[in-house]
Design a protein around this ligand. Structure first.
Ligand code: Q9C
Ligand code: ZN
Length: 343
């Protein structure tokens, strides 16, 4: 299997993350990619190639102009107010229910308007890393669209929490959604996105919620107890023309392979019935038993079975990296899944 990866992911590396009431070293950090690349080399999974550069057209089909302008200019506006040595930029308030959703003029207000949480810092070079992750996704997508059975987009930062209008959950641009849109523009009539990250892919779901041409299917920690809390319930089925093309499988804390595998079987059957021309996997490995911020209990060998189950769909398949924070085993678990797919 070919992997696409960019060295520019290192440009996004905030010094700290606000988590559980204090600043801690970021869970989402460049060592995640190192772990995966070293396992790819060790197992001779296949070549690792750099991305081509893509223009902004497909990103603009997925995200609103105000969000893109904000992400590109946020650091410059922040540092104009707080100085070039200012700490990474974070929001401190939010427009909750009953308030006005009007973009403020000042930069602190803009953070409040565009962010969906306070765990996703922006540094001077974050935007360059974010753009490189989109190029990684689109380069891998192009190979699959051009006839390869599969490719692995080793994106960092991840994307599935980013909506058309908001960033957060370590995500800025929704790489998987942009890749799905690229399949559609390239002539695929139906695209299915299967999201196996521990966290619900609220961004991807929202982007395609009213569309029948892109089905979104997700397995994730139940929203009653799990970030992002306000999406991911089983009754979210899509809306309007998209009704029936969204499927959520919320799972309780402590879920092991038995219940996970059963839910995965249902999810895969949904996709089989849909009959997509292309499949995008939002590949998170934070369902692992030792993940430091998650509460599912999958083991390393279970990822081989997830890969095998995905392969049974026999569709052109693009893997797009999302989360996974047990860095020591992240490479092993990721490559197990990809090898299970290829076996
Ligand atoms: N700081 C992805 O896996 N906060 N995003 C969790 C610990 C946000 C996870 C609490 C978790 C986002 C792509
Ligand atoms: Zn996650």
């Amino acid at each position: 299997m070919i992997t696409i990866a960019s060295v520019d992911h290192r440009l996004h590396a905030p010094k700290s993350e606000l988590a559980f009431g204090e600043f801690v070293p970021p869970y989402e950090n460049p060592r995640r990619v190192d772990s995966i690349l070293s396992r790819i080399a060790e197992t001779k999974l296949g070549p690792v190639l750099p991305p081509e550069r893509f223009g902004p057209e497909l990103i603009r089909r997925v995200h609103s102009a105000p969000l893109l302008t904000f992400l590109e200019t946020a650091w410059n506006q922040w540092s104009a107010h707080f100085g070039k040595d200012a700490p990474p930029a974070l929001p401190l308030s939010w427009p909750v229910g009953g308030m006005r959703h009007i973009e403020p003029e000042g930069i602190a207000g803009k953070f409040a308007f565009f962010a969906l949480d306070a765990s996703t810092a922006i540094t001077p070079t974050s935007w360059a890393a974010v753009r490189s992750a989109v190029d990684v996704a689109l380069t891998a997508q192009k190979r699959v669209a051009d006839g390869e059975r599969t490719a692995f987009a080793l994106c960092r930062p991840p994307g599935h929490h980013a909506t058309a209008d908001n960033y957060g959950g370590y995500c800025f641009i929704n790489n998987a959604a942009v890749a799905a849109e690229a399949f559609r523009q390239g002539g695929a009539r139906r695209v299915a996105i299967l999201d196996v990250d521990y966290h619900h892919g609220n961004g991807t779901q929202a982007i395609f919620y009213r569309r029948p041409d892109v089905m979104f299917v997700s397995l994730h920690g139940a929203p009653e107890t799990t970030y992002p809390y306000f999406a991911g319930y089983a009754d979210e089925a899509g809306e309007g023309p998209g009704e029936g093309f969204n499927a959520n499988y919320p799972l309780r804390h402590g879920t092991k392979w038995d219940a996970y595998g059963a839910a995965l079987g249902h999810a895969i059957q949904r996709i089989e019935n849909y009959g997509p021309d292309a499949l995008v996997i939002s590949l998170g490995l934070d369902t692992f038993e030792k993940d430091p911020i998650s509460y599912l209990k999958l083991r390393s060998e279970d990822y081989i079975r997830i890969g095998e189950a995905i392969a049974r769909l026999r569709r052109p398949t693009l893997f797009v990296m999302e989360g996974g924070y047990a860095i020591e085993e992240l490479g092993l678990n990721t490559v197990n899944l990809l090898q299970g797919f290829e076996a």
